[in-house]
Design a protein around this ligand. Structure first.
Ligand SMILES: Cc1cc2nc3c(=O)[nH]c(=O)nc-3n(C[C@H](O)[C@H](O)[C@H](O)COP(=O)(O)O)c2cc1C
Length: 338
Protein backbone atom coordinates (compact mmCIF):
# COMPACT_ATOMS: atom_id res chain seq x y z
CA UNK A 1 0.00 0.00 0.00
CA UNK A 2 2.69 2.48 1.09
CA UNK A 3 4.88 1.21 -1.74
CA UNK A 4 2.17 1.84 -4.34
CA UNK A 5 2.18 5.55 -3.38
CA UNK A 6 5.98 5.72 -3.26
CA UNK A 7 6.20 3.87 -6.57
CA UNK A 8 4.05 6.49 -8.29
CA UNK A 9 6.58 9.15 -7.26
CA UNK A 10 9.64 7.03 -8.00
CA UNK A 11 8.35 6.06 -11.43
CA UNK A 12 8.30 9.74 -12.44
CA UNK A 13 12.11 9.68 -12.41
CA UNK A 14 14.78 7.99 -14.52
CA UNK A 15 14.86 4.25 -13.66
CA UNK A 16 18.61 4.00 -13.15
CA UNK A 17 18.72 7.09 -10.91
CA UNK A 18 15.92 5.66 -8.82
CA UNK A 19 17.77 2.35 -8.60
CA UNK A 20 20.98 4.03 -7.46
CA UNK A 21 19.07 6.13 -4.94
CA UNK A 22 17.17 3.15 -3.50
CA UNK A 23 20.31 1.03 -3.33
CA UNK A 24 22.11 3.78 -1.41
CA UNK A 25 19.13 4.11 0.97
CA UNK A 26 19.06 0.34 1.47
CA UNK A 27 22.80 0.29 2.13
CA UNK A 28 22.39 2.94 4.83
CA UNK A 29 19.32 1.34 6.42
CA UNK A 30 21.01 -2.06 6.45
CA UNK A 31 23.92 -0.71 8.45
CA UNK A 32 21.97 -0.46 11.70
CA UNK A 33 19.85 -2.99 13.59
CA UNK A 34 17.03 -0.42 13.77
CA UNK A 35 17.15 0.12 9.99
CA UNK A 36 17.04 -3.61 9.34
CA UNK A 37 14.12 -4.05 11.73
CA UNK A 38 12.21 -1.26 9.98
CA UNK A 39 12.81 -2.83 6.57
CA UNK A 40 11.73 -6.19 7.91
CA UNK A 41 8.51 -4.67 9.24
CA UNK A 42 7.73 -3.37 5.72
CA UNK A 43 8.52 -6.79 4.24
CA UNK A 44 6.28 -8.91 6.49
CA UNK A 45 7.09 -12.20 8.20
CA UNK A 46 8.49 -14.76 5.75
CA UNK A 47 7.16 -18.31 5.50
CA UNK A 48 9.81 -20.86 6.42
CA UNK A 49 10.26 -23.60 3.83
CA UNK A 50 13.88 -24.76 3.92
CA UNK A 51 15.55 -25.96 0.74
CA UNK A 52 18.77 -27.99 0.59
CA UNK A 53 20.60 -27.44 -2.69
CA UNK A 54 24.25 -27.35 -3.79
CA UNK A 55 25.23 -28.42 -0.27
CA UNK A 56 23.74 -25.20 1.11
CA UNK A 57 20.70 -24.51 3.26
CA UNK A 58 18.21 -21.88 2.05
CA UNK A 59 15.46 -20.63 4.43
CA UNK A 60 12.93 -20.78 1.54
CA UNK A 61 13.20 -20.94 -2.27
CA UNK A 62 13.02 -17.23 -3.25
CA UNK A 63 16.21 -15.26 -3.80
CA UNK A 64 17.33 -12.09 -5.55
CA UNK A 65 18.60 -12.38 -9.15
CA UNK A 66 21.92 -10.99 -10.34
CA UNK A 67 22.11 -7.36 -11.37
CA UNK A 68 20.27 -5.64 -8.51
CA UNK A 69 23.22 -5.51 -6.13
CA UNK A 70 26.17 -5.65 -8.49
CA UNK A 71 28.79 -4.61 -5.92
CA UNK A 72 27.55 -6.22 -2.70
CA UNK A 73 26.58 -2.86 -1.24
CA UNK A 74 23.18 -3.64 0.34
CA UNK A 75 23.34 -7.24 1.58
CA UNK A 76 22.03 -6.75 5.17
CA UNK A 77 19.05 -4.72 3.89
CA UNK A 78 18.19 -7.26 1.21
CA UNK A 79 18.26 -10.05 3.79
CA UNK A 80 15.88 -7.98 5.94
CA UNK A 81 13.55 -7.86 2.92
CA UNK A 82 13.28 -11.66 3.19
CA UNK A 83 15.40 -12.83 0.25
CA UNK A 84 16.65 -16.33 1.06
CA UNK A 85 19.77 -15.91 -1.06
CA UNK A 86 21.39 -13.08 -2.99
CA UNK A 87 23.25 -13.32 -6.28
CA UNK A 88 25.81 -10.51 -6.36
CA UNK A 89 27.19 -9.12 -9.62
CA UNK A 90 27.81 -9.51 -12.43
CA UNK A 91 31.34 -9.00 -11.11
CA UNK A 92 34.14 -8.29 -13.58
CA UNK A 93 37.88 -8.39 -12.86
CA UNK A 94 38.43 -4.65 -13.32
CA UNK A 95 36.02 -1.79 -12.57
CA UNK A 96 34.19 -0.50 -15.66
CA UNK A 97 31.53 2.15 -16.38
CA UNK A 98 29.17 0.04 -18.51
CA UNK A 99 27.34 1.28 -21.60
CA UNK A 100 26.31 4.90 -22.32
CA UNK A 101 23.17 6.23 -20.58
CA UNK A 102 20.19 6.09 -20.76
CA UNK A 103 20.32 2.34 -20.36
CA UNK A 104 17.30 1.26 -18.28
CA UNK A 105 13.67 1.70 -19.35
CA UNK A 106 10.36 0.82 -17.64
CA UNK A 107 7.26 -0.53 -19.34
CA UNK A 108 4.75 -0.76 -16.48
CA UNK A 109 1.89 -1.77 -18.79
CA UNK A 110 3.68 -5.11 -19.22
CA UNK A 111 5.50 -5.37 -15.85
CA UNK A 112 8.68 -5.20 -17.83
CA UNK A 113 12.07 -3.51 -17.82
CA UNK A 114 14.64 -3.23 -20.57
CA UNK A 115 18.26 -2.76 -19.56
CA UNK A 116 21.42 -2.24 -21.54
CA UNK A 117 23.72 -1.65 -18.56
CA UNK A 118 26.67 -3.73 -19.78
CA UNK A 119 28.06 -4.77 -16.36
CA UNK A 120 28.91 -1.41 -14.76
CA UNK A 121 30.73 -2.30 -11.58
CA UNK A 122 33.46 -1.56 -9.08
CA UNK A 123 35.43 -4.70 -9.89
CA UNK A 124 36.27 -7.87 -8.00
CA UNK A 125 38.64 -6.41 -5.40
CA UNK A 126 36.02 -4.04 -4.00
CA UNK A 127 33.40 -6.80 -3.91
CA UNK A 128 35.79 -9.13 -2.06
CA UNK A 129 36.62 -6.48 0.54
CA UNK A 130 32.93 -5.74 1.14
CA UNK A 131 32.02 -9.40 1.53
CA UNK A 132 34.96 -10.04 3.87
CA UNK A 133 33.99 -7.10 6.04
CA UNK A 134 30.35 -8.22 6.21
CA UNK A 135 31.43 -11.74 7.12
CA UNK A 136 33.74 -10.45 9.83
CA UNK A 137 30.86 -8.42 11.27
CA UNK A 138 28.66 -11.56 11.04
CA UNK A 139 26.12 -9.69 8.96
CA UNK A 140 25.69 -12.37 6.29
CA UNK A 141 23.10 -15.01 7.11
CA UNK A 142 21.94 -16.33 3.73
CA UNK A 143 23.85 -18.00 0.88
CA UNK A 144 25.66 -15.51 -1.36
CA UNK A 145 26.03 -16.30 -5.05
CA UNK A 146 28.59 -14.54 -7.20
CA UNK A 147 27.76 -13.97 -10.85
CA UNK A 148 31.00 -14.07 -12.84
CA UNK A 149 31.59 -11.89 -15.92
CA UNK A 150 34.25 -10.56 -18.19
CA UNK A 151 35.29 -6.98 -18.86
CA UNK A 152 33.94 -5.40 -22.04
CA UNK A 153 37.43 -4.78 -23.44
CA UNK A 154 38.60 -8.35 -22.83
CA UNK A 155 38.80 -10.27 -26.11
CA UNK A 156 36.91 -13.52 -26.64
CA UNK A 157 40.22 -15.43 -26.53
CA UNK A 158 41.09 -13.95 -23.13
CA UNK A 159 37.59 -14.35 -21.68
CA UNK A 160 38.39 -17.62 -19.83
CA UNK A 161 41.08 -15.83 -17.79
CA UNK A 162 38.59 -13.10 -16.77
CA UNK A 163 36.10 -15.68 -15.44
CA UNK A 164 38.93 -17.50 -13.68
CA UNK A 165 40.27 -14.28 -12.12
CA UNK A 166 36.91 -13.41 -10.54
CA UNK A 167 36.28 -16.99 -9.39
CA UNK A 168 39.73 -17.15 -7.78
CA UNK A 169 39.46 -13.74 -6.14
CA UNK A 170 36.03 -14.41 -4.66
CA UNK A 171 36.07 -18.17 -4.08
CA UNK A 172 36.33 -17.79 -0.29
CA UNK A 173 33.87 -14.90 -0.15
CA UNK A 174 30.93 -16.48 -2.04
CA UNK A 175 28.85 -19.63 -1.47
CA UNK A 176 28.06 -20.46 -5.11
CA UNK A 177 29.26 -19.15 -8.48
CA UNK A 178 27.51 -18.56 -11.79
CA UNK A 179 29.23 -18.32 -15.16
CA UNK A 180 27.30 -15.60 -16.95
CA UNK A 181 27.52 -16.06 -20.70
CA UNK A 182 24.00 -14.83 -21.36
CA UNK A 183 23.81 -11.05 -21.01
CA UNK A 184 22.87 -9.38 -24.31
CA UNK A 185 24.67 -6.16 -23.31
CA UNK A 186 28.32 -7.16 -23.63
CA UNK A 187 29.23 -7.64 -27.29
CA UNK A 188 29.99 -11.26 -28.17
CA UNK A 189 29.21 -12.59 -24.68
CA UNK A 190 26.29 -14.77 -25.72
CA UNK A 191 28.41 -16.44 -28.43
CA UNK A 192 30.24 -18.08 -25.53
CA UNK A 193 27.19 -20.24 -24.93
CA UNK A 194 28.39 -22.54 -27.70
CA UNK A 195 29.52 -25.80 -26.15
CA UNK A 196 33.07 -25.36 -27.49
CA UNK A 197 33.47 -21.84 -26.03
CA UNK A 198 31.89 -22.88 -22.75
CA UNK A 199 34.35 -25.75 -22.41
CA UNK A 200 37.25 -23.30 -22.74
CA UNK A 201 35.80 -21.18 -19.94
CA UNK A 202 34.87 -24.12 -17.73
CA UNK A 203 38.11 -26.15 -17.85
CA UNK A 204 40.20 -23.70 -15.78
CA UNK A 205 37.27 -23.03 -13.42
CA UNK A 206 36.90 -26.74 -12.77
CA UNK A 207 40.61 -27.10 -12.06
CA UNK A 208 40.31 -24.40 -9.42
CA UNK A 209 37.08 -25.91 -8.07
CA UNK A 210 38.92 -29.21 -7.56
CA UNK A 211 41.22 -27.42 -5.09
CA UNK A 212 38.68 -25.12 -3.46
CA UNK A 213 35.28 -26.79 -3.86
CA UNK A 214 32.40 -24.36 -4.41
CA UNK A 215 29.19 -24.91 -6.39
CA UNK A 216 29.51 -23.75 -9.99
CA UNK A 217 26.56 -23.11 -12.32
CA UNK A 218 25.97 -21.63 -15.78
CA UNK A 219 23.38 -18.93 -16.56
CA UNK A 220 21.76 -19.21 -19.98
CA UNK A 221 19.79 -16.91 -22.28
CA UNK A 222 16.11 -17.61 -22.96
CA UNK A 223 16.73 -16.94 -26.65
CA UNK A 224 18.74 -20.13 -27.21
CA UNK A 225 17.03 -22.81 -29.28
CA UNK A 226 15.79 -25.85 -27.38
CA UNK A 227 18.54 -27.91 -29.04
CA UNK A 228 21.22 -25.51 -27.80
CA UNK A 229 19.74 -25.59 -24.29
CA UNK A 230 19.83 -29.38 -24.33
CA UNK A 231 23.47 -29.30 -25.50
CA UNK A 232 24.40 -27.03 -22.57
CA UNK A 233 22.47 -29.20 -20.11
CA UNK A 234 24.38 -32.25 -21.34
CA UNK A 235 27.67 -30.39 -20.91
CA UNK A 236 26.64 -29.45 -17.38
CA UNK A 237 26.02 -33.15 -16.71
CA UNK A 238 29.24 -34.27 -18.37
CA UNK A 239 31.33 -31.72 -16.45
CA UNK A 240 29.46 -32.44 -13.18
CA UNK A 241 28.62 -28.77 -12.67
CA UNK A 242 26.21 -27.98 -9.86
CA UNK A 243 23.39 -26.63 -11.99
CA UNK A 244 21.90 -24.04 -14.31
CA UNK A 245 20.36 -20.61 -13.78
CA UNK A 246 17.61 -20.15 -16.37
CA UNK A 247 17.29 -17.50 -17.65
CA UNK A 248 18.73 -14.08 -18.37
CA UNK A 249 16.91 -11.25 -20.19
CA UNK A 250 15.63 -11.65 -23.76
CA UNK A 251 16.26 -9.68 -26.92
CA UNK A 252 12.71 -10.54 -28.04
CA UNK A 253 10.31 -7.55 -27.94
CA UNK A 254 7.28 -9.23 -29.51
CA UNK A 255 5.03 -8.88 -26.48
CA UNK A 256 5.87 -5.29 -25.56
CA UNK A 257 5.13 -3.06 -28.58
CA UNK A 258 6.40 0.12 -26.90
CA UNK A 259 9.80 -1.54 -26.36
CA UNK A 260 10.08 -2.60 -30.00
CA UNK A 261 11.83 0.61 -31.07
CA UNK A 262 14.69 0.12 -28.58
CA UNK A 263 17.59 -1.21 -30.58
CA UNK A 264 19.55 -2.45 -27.57
CA UNK A 265 19.10 -4.09 -24.20
CA UNK A 266 17.53 -7.16 -22.65
CA UNK A 267 13.90 -7.37 -21.62
CA UNK A 268 12.94 -8.76 -18.21
CA UNK A 269 9.72 -9.38 -16.33
CA UNK A 270 6.35 -10.95 -16.95
CA UNK A 271 6.56 -11.64 -20.73
CA UNK A 272 9.56 -13.93 -20.15
CA UNK A 273 7.53 -16.40 -18.13
CA UNK A 274 6.13 -18.81 -20.76
CA UNK A 275 9.66 -19.35 -22.10
CA UNK A 276 11.30 -19.72 -18.68
CA UNK A 277 8.61 -22.20 -17.59
CA UNK A 278 9.20 -24.24 -20.74
CA UNK A 279 12.96 -24.12 -20.13
CA UNK A 280 12.51 -25.28 -16.53
CA UNK A 281 10.65 -28.39 -17.69
CA UNK A 282 13.20 -29.07 -20.43
CA UNK A 283 16.18 -28.60 -18.13
CA UNK A 284 14.72 -30.69 -15.34
CA UNK A 285 14.35 -33.58 -17.75
CA UNK A 286 18.00 -33.24 -18.83
CA UNK A 287 19.76 -32.53 -15.53
CA UNK A 288 20.51 -35.09 -12.85
CA UNK A 289 18.23 -34.99 -9.82
CA UNK A 290 21.05 -33.68 -7.63
CA UNK A 291 21.85 -30.83 -10.04
CA UNK A 292 20.22 -27.55 -9.09
CA UNK A 293 17.86 -25.61 -11.30
CA UNK A 294 17.47 -21.94 -10.38
CA UNK A 295 14.48 -20.57 -12.29
CA UNK A 296 14.32 -16.85 -13.04
CA UNK A 297 12.38 -14.75 -15.52
CA UNK A 298 8.92 -13.27 -15.16
CA UNK A 299 8.11 -14.95 -11.86
CA UNK A 300 5.78 -12.37 -10.36
CA UNK A 301 2.92 -14.21 -8.64
CA UNK A 302 2.43 -16.94 -6.06
CA UNK A 303 0.82 -19.07 -8.81
CA UNK A 304 3.94 -18.80 -10.97
CA UNK A 305 6.17 -19.73 -8.03
CA UNK A 306 4.07 -22.84 -7.46
CA UNK A 307 4.14 -23.75 -11.16
CA UNK A 308 7.92 -23.30 -11.38
CA UNK A 309 8.55 -25.45 -8.33
CA UNK A 310 6.23 -28.11 -9.75
CA UNK A 311 8.15 -27.92 -13.04
CA UNK A 312 11.26 -28.97 -11.10
CA UNK A 313 12.99 -25.74 -10.11
CA UNK A 314 14.83 -26.06 -6.79
CA UNK A 315 15.15 -22.32 -6.26
CA UNK A 316 13.54 -19.18 -7.70
CA UNK A 317 15.02 -15.76 -8.34
CA UNK A 318 13.28 -12.47 -8.99
CA UNK A 319 14.40 -9.04 -10.12
CA UNK A 320 11.67 -7.19 -12.03
CA UNK A 321 8.87 -8.30 -9.67
CA UNK A 322 10.85 -6.73 -6.81
CA UNK A 323 10.85 -3.37 -8.66
CA UNK A 324 7.11 -3.51 -9.33
CA UNK A 325 5.98 -5.07 -6.03
CA UNK A 326 8.43 -3.50 -3.56
CA UNK A 327 9.35 -4.70 -0.07
CA UNK A 328 6.52 -7.23 0.26
CA UNK A 329 7.42 -9.00 -3.00
CA UNK A 330 9.06 -12.04 -1.41
CA UNK A 331 6.37 -12.44 1.27
CA UNK A 332 3.64 -12.32 -1.36
CA UNK A 333 5.36 -14.81 -3.66
CA UNK A 334 5.92 -17.20 -0.78
CA UNK A 335 2.16 -17.80 -0.69
CA UNK A 336 2.87 -20.08 -3.67
CA UNK A 337 4.99 -22.62 -1.82
CA UNK A 338 2.22 -24.19 0.25
C1 LIG B 1 18.37 -3.77 -14.55
C2 LIG B 1 18.79 -5.21 -14.67
C3 LIG B 1 20.14 -5.54 -14.56
C4 LIG B 1 20.55 -6.87 -14.67
N1 LIG B 1 21.88 -7.19 -14.54
C5 LIG B 1 22.25 -8.49 -14.61
C6 LIG B 1 23.62 -8.86 -14.42
O1 LIG B 1 24.48 -8.02 -14.16
N2 LIG B 1 23.95 -10.17 -14.53
C7 LIG B 1 23.00 -11.16 -14.79
O2 LIG B 1 23.35 -12.35 -14.86
N3 LIG B 1 21.70 -10.84 -14.95
C8 LIG B 1 21.32 -9.54 -14.87
N4 LIG B 1 20.00 -9.23 -15.02
C9 LIG B 1 19.02 -10.30 -15.34
C10 LIG B 1 18.32 -10.83 -14.10
O3 LIG B 1 19.24 -11.44 -13.21
C11 LIG B 1 17.25 -11.88 -14.51
O4 LIG B 1 17.90 -12.98 -15.11
C12 LIG B 1 16.22 -11.31 -15.49
O5 LIG B 1 15.92 -9.97 -15.17
C13 LIG B 1 14.94 -12.12 -15.50
O6 LIG B 1 14.31 -12.12 -14.23
P1 LIG B 1 13.07 -11.13 -13.87
O7 LIG B 1 12.04 -11.29 -14.96
O8 LIG B 1 12.60 -11.59 -12.53
O9 LIG B 1 13.61 -9.76 -13.84
C14 LIG B 1 19.58 -7.90 -14.91
C15 LIG B 1 18.21 -7.55 -14.99
C16 LIG B 1 17.82 -6.23 -14.87
C17 LIG B 1 16.35 -5.90 -14.98
Amino acid sequence: MIYSVLKRLLFLRDPERVHDLMLARLATAGNSAAGRALLHSFAGAPISSPVHAMGLLFPHPIGLAAGFDKNASAIPALQALNFSFLEIGTVTPRPQPGNPKPRVWRFPEANTLVNALGFPGEGMNVVRERLEELRERKLIRVPIGINLGKNKDTSAESAPSDYLAVFRELSDAGDYFVVNVSSPNTPGLRDMQSVESLKLILHPLLELRAKSPKPLLVKIAPDLSNDDVIAIARLVREFALDGIVSANTTINRAQVPRAASLDRGGLSGSPLYPRTLHLAKLLRSELKAEQTLIAVGGIDSAGRVKEMLEAGANLIQIYTAFIYEGPRAVRNLLEGIG
